[in-house]
Write a protein that binds this ligand. Structure first.
Ligand code: NAD
Length: 465
């Protein structure tokens, strides 16, 4: 027997079909990839209308299927991402995809709020925004799609991605997989889609399209600025330069291990990774010694550090992108240094004005700056974070010190006594996000970030106490 919910869903579906027409013009074997922005958006509008006509239990099934499909295809996706972009490490891509598939919240994130009182009932619901236009970075060509895809669909939206042009193949593959999972679970065709040959021009078309209701940019500062200037509701998740501060009260060996692990995961391409160490002079020698003792960090001499700097920072003072995300062996070999296979990170002592302290290097080469005391360390940490409001890390056992740095630095993520990746839920509590919106303030985004609030008021009724 049909339930009340099924009957209601049928009625909504019929209205939607009459209003919009179905996405039936698509070929049988359609996989979510479009040549034209216009077609992608038009069909996303229809798919989103279909989605809101379906019961929530179907949406939950779709999300479960998306998670499963990622896990089933993880090896292939990780290999492809490394082969195409040459950024990161295979074993870390595997971890990234598992993290996104399992720790991105689903529809539980959009639970409504009800308030009752003398005047009746107020219901607040997190409603879909409609169609989201999303721009994704080269650094996480699988993680961003998995996290954004699950979150945006859980919120009841459709999404059209304009992937990074240099991660086109991987992006196409992950979209095909997510699209198929949605359709197989009974969801609409074309709810999740991407542009086949993304360019800056297709990005501009997507941004300007009148039927795109929200923009989400995950990338560097320029693209965040572009979406924030669009006149549309936009989420900007921009660059970071996370400092890690170690004071004299820290468990130094543990701090050393956490920093080596955190700064070397995926060859430092996560925007959250530790990018420079600031250490109180009194414990600096021990920290460096313990980092070396992990067997995974190579200490560069002053002369070697200069050679590496000349290699990875170009004459214009910018990062040489040929070395972004590459293995430490590849970077060091280019200046004639051989390190064994177990090595994951090159470290060196640097003055405060060293370019790698200030640039977002995104490679496993890590400057270490000594400071006189924790107060100087906090002030310097705030300076090098440069107001990105992104991520900072501290190793200390002094609560006052940690509170002082957290208050001063004002980052979206502040990790205490762990690797930076604990802050995105890898070995730390809380959900994951691969769109960390510091500039616009949504923080670790999740389904709720891609909604709009709607209120329903019932006067003088429904209070049952
Ligand atoms: P990027 O800014 O070069 O590109 C990101 C996306 O924006 C791409 O799809 C690109 O094609 C598009 N784009 C760039 N300029 C544009 C413009 N003017 N108009 C329209 N579209 C434009 O970034 P990237 O090199 O791919 O990724 C690395 C950067 O992203 C780093 O700075 C990193 O910190 C940041 N990032 C941030 C987060 C976060 O959650 N905050 C996550 C991952 C990466």
């Amino acid at each position: 027997m049909a339930t009340h919910q099924d009957i209601l869903a049928g009625v909504v579906q019929k209205v939607v079909e009459e209003l919009m027409g179905k996405t039936s013009s698509l070929p049988e074997d359609f996989k979510g990839i479009y040549d034209r922005v216009e077609d992608a958006v038009e069909n996303a509008v229809k798919a989103q209308r279909e989605l809101i006509g379906l019961p929530l239990k179907v949406r939950d099934k779709m999300i479960a299927a998306m998670r499963r499909a990622v896990l089933d295809n993880n090896q292939m996706l990780s290999e492809l991402a490394i082969r195409e972009t040459k950024l990161g490490r295979y074993e870390d891509k595997i971890r990234e995809n598992i993290l996104c598939a399992t720790k991105t919240p689903g529809t539980e994130d959009i639970q409504p709020l009800a308030i009752t009182g003398d005047d009746g009932l107020m219901l607040l619901e997190y409603a879909p925004v409609g169609v989201v236009g999303a721009l994704t970075p080269i650094t996480n060509p699988t993680g961003t799609f998995i996290h954004n895809g699950i979150s945006m669909v859980a919120a009841g939206n459709a999404v059209v991605f304009n992937p990074h042009p240099s991660a086109r193949e991987t992006s196409t593959r992950i979209i095909e997989i997510l699209h198929q999972a949605i359709v197989d679970a009974g969801g609409p065709v074309s709810l999740i889609a991407a542009i086949r040959k993304p360019t800056l021009d297709t990005a501009r078309q997507l941004i300007a399209h009148s039927k795109i209701n929200m923009l989400v940019a995950t990338g560097g500062k320029p693209v965040v600025k572009v979406v924030l200037s669009s006149g549309k509701k936009a989420i900007g998740a921009g660059a970071g330069n996370p400092p890690v501060l170690v004071d004299e009260t820290a468990h130094i060996r543990r701090a050393a291990e956490c920093i080596v692990n955190g700064a070397s995961i995926n060859n430092n391409i996560f925007c959250t990774c530790e990018k420079e160490v600031i250490v109180v002079d009194e414990v600096a020698d021990s920290l460096i010694k313990f980092m070396q003792e992990t067997g995974r960090a190579y200490l560069l001499s002053a002369e070697e550090a200069q050679k590496v700097t000349n290699l990875v920072v170009n004459e214009k003072g910018k990062i040489n992108i040929s070395y972004v995300g590459r293995d430490v062996q590849v970077i060091l070999k280019a200046v004639g240094i051989e390190v064994d296979e177990a090595c994951r990170l090159a470290i060196f002592e640097a003055p405060k004005d060293h370019p790698l302290v200030w640039l977002e290097q995104m490679m496993p080469v890590m400057p270490i700056v000594r400071v006189k005391d924790v107060h100087q360390g906090i002030r310097f940490g705030v300076e090098v974070e440069q107001g990105n409001r992104h991520t900072a890390i501290m190793h200390s056992t002094n609560v006052d010190h940690m509170t002082a740095f957290a208050r001063a630095v004002q980052t979206t993520i502040f990790v205490k006594n762990g690797p930076a990746y604990a802050g995105i839920g890898l070995g730390g509590e809380g959900h994951t996000a691969f769109t960390i919106a510091g500039p616009t303030g949504e923080g670790m985004t999740s389904a709720r970030s891609f909604t709009r609030q709607r209120r329903c008021t019932l006067v003088e009724g429904f209070r049952i106490i």
